[in-house]
Design a protein. Structure first.
Length: 110
């Protein structure tokens, strides 16, 4: 009986240790893996510095509707408090004439 119990423990230990040996690939230790191609799936990659060391926020706005710099400064401040970006977070403004009437489709937004 003791021998069977020992054998069962060894089998469980062997199966559990495969994740430590790299048998499951590079993401073996990733508790919550990113879901590429799914909205919000790369949230963790954006927050951590392991994949991306910097962040660029692109702000497109209609002529005459440029956001206040204080608003974007606050956004950058909040992002800095939750993101690990050693190379920093920057903001790029782009004035765009959207010239679109009617409803937007998903392809219009992309």
């Amino acid at each position: 009986m003791a021998r069977r119990l020992l054998l069962a423990h060894l089998m469980v230990l062997m199966m559990a240790s495969t994740s430590l040996s790299g048998c499951f690939g590079d993401d073996g230790f990733d508790i919550i893996p990113e879901k590429k191609g799914v909205p919000g799936g790369l949230t963790l990659a954006c927050l951590r510095s392991t994949v991306y060391t910097s962040m660029v926020i692109e702000v497109d706005y209609e002529p005459g509707y440029k956001p206040y710099s204080s608003s974007l400064d606050m956004l950058v401040e909040r992002l800095n408090s939750v993101c690990d970006k050693p190379s920093g977070i920057s903001v790029e403004y782009d004035e765009v004439d959207f010239s679109h009437n009617g409803a937007w489709t998903a392809n219009d937004v992309r």
